[in-house]
Ligand binder design. Structure first.
Ligand SMILES: [Zn+2]
Ligand SMILES: [Zn+2]
Length: 433
């Protein structure tokens, strides 16, 4: 049982709060402090994702305002590691952190697999330390302990201390002290890719700051596929240009940087984490890999979590009717488009059908003047019959129908419309009246 508890500071790791408790408690040994907090001096301190939160809260001084959920969300890296997990898996991990299953927490978060490299030491930002000194307490910050070497608050390089982060000694609660300055070593990072690292660092902090939004794997997969379509790496039928995507990702990030982040991939292999992110029924991929994908696709955390992304090669619609005789001519009345893939030009083809029956096709990126009529529809054909009754010349009839005379003749033939025009047998595309 604790008789007092230090006020947790912004972005401070629970580990850091407990280290400050240890110093202020006057306990002679760390075992005594462990007993105060967890009733058991044999507990192992975990830095990034500690467990036994319920026990900690039970042992807080009476009338305190803190809950296990508060510590999990505000003073651990929980929100970062579970950001892309579905609600069920998030809840499982949260419950494990409340109970006594510290080992399982790391396993459920993917920290025991080879895809996440935990830093050897606790890290600090010198500028954050200077800020802390002004407020009176030096604190270990949670975001600095991720495998990113820049501070999101100051865009500056982090330093390694000599305090181990993994394989941490039993009972080791080491408060951050000024003396640690002497033994710190700056962490080398890829300066050519500094902007990318800064983005990763800022996005990581954004995940820690945001309210929990639980989306499932299918949500993220669909978001990425829509973005791949927008960027031209996936056609409208969902076929991904695999080699081009992987090559472009490699040249954008460099394999050296990806390797530093434990996110390298084999371009030749049929399976790798990039493709896993956009395929069905694949195992969960770590947060850092999602961040890399989001950066590559020029998206951001808010867009990926909160906006339903849709590939719209012809804009957001509704789209206009091109039938001059329709009451909605050139008005935005067509809501639905049928998409197909025009392999010859490697573009999406849209089919637009108005309520008047007039239907046209358009290639992605082309203007309306290049639209190809698929069906003129009953309204247009009725008007054609009315005009034909006037027995005008081919030219005048075509003009009345707002089309070229050759197009008119093709339409007459296609819809088997009786007419008074006589085609000149000897001349290719000429008619008389
Ligand atoms: Zn900083
Ligand atoms: Zn229409």
């Amino acid at each position: 049982m604790m008789t007092f508890f230090p006020t947790p500071l912004n972005e401070e790791l629970l580990y850091s709060i407990l280290a400050r408790y240890h110093i202020f408690s006057g306990n002679n040994t760390l075992a005594d402090t462990m007993k105060d907090i967890y009733n058991n001096h044999m507990t192992v301190a975990s830095v990034m994702l500690p467990a036994r939160m319920n026990l900690l809260v039970e042992n807080l001084p009476k009338n305190n305002l803190y809950s296990a959920d508060y510590f999990i969300e505000e003073h651990t890296l929980y929100k970062y590691f579970v950001a892309f997990f579905d609600a069920e898996r998030r809840d499982n991990i949260r419950n494990l952190m409340k109970k006594n299953n510290g080992g399982l927490v790391h396993a459920y978060c993917g920290l025991r697999r080879s895809n996440y490299r935990i830093n050897d030491y606790l890290k600090i930002c010198p500028k954050c330390m200077i800020n802390d000194m002004e407020t009176g307490f030096l604190t270990w910050k949670r975001v600095h302990q991720l495998n990113i070497s820049l501070c999101p608050f100051h865009d500056c390089a982090l330093y390694n201390t000599k305090i181990p982060l993994k394989n941490i000694n039993r009972h080791a609660f080491v408060p951050l002290k000024k003396e640690l300055f002497k033994t710190m070593t700056i962490i080398d990072y890829n300066k050519e890719k500094e902007q990318i690292l800064q983005k990763i660092s800022l996005m990581s902090q954004e995940l820690l700051d945001m309210d929990i939004v639980a989306k499932d794997r299918e949500w993220f997969k669909t978001q990425y596929i829509e973005l791949l379509k927008i960027k031209g790496y996936c056609n409208v039928n969902g076929v991904i240009s695999r080699s081009r995507l992987l090559e472009d990702m490699e040249s954008f990030f460099s394999m050296e940087l990806l390797s530093t982040l434990n996110c390298e991939f084999n371009i030749q292999a049929k399976q790798n984490w990039v493709l896993d992110l956009v395929r069905k029924n694949k195992s969960d991929t770590s947060t850092i890999k999602h961040l890399i994908m989001i950066i590559f696709l020029e998206s951001n955390i808010n867009e990926i979590f909160n906006l339903k992304l849709t590939y719209q090669p012809f804009g957001s619609g509704p789209y206009p009717c091109l039938n001059h005789f329709c009451k909605d001519y050139m008005k935005s009345v067509i809501n639905m488009i049928d998409y197909s893939y025009y392999d010859e030009v490697k573009r999406t083809l849209g089919t637009f059908k108005c309520h008047c029956g007039y239907t046209y096709k358009l290639i992605e990126g082309k203007s309306l003047s290049s639209a190809l009529v698929v069906d003129y529809g009953e309204l247009w054909l009725d008007r054609l019959e009315n005009v034909l009754e006037k027995k005008l010349s081919l030219n005048k009839t075509a003009k009345s129908m707002y089309i070229h005379k050759n197009t008119l003749y093709n339409a007459l033939s296609r819809y088997s419309v009786k007419h008074h025009f006589i085609r000149k047998a000897s001349v290719g595309r000429k008619y008389n009246c």
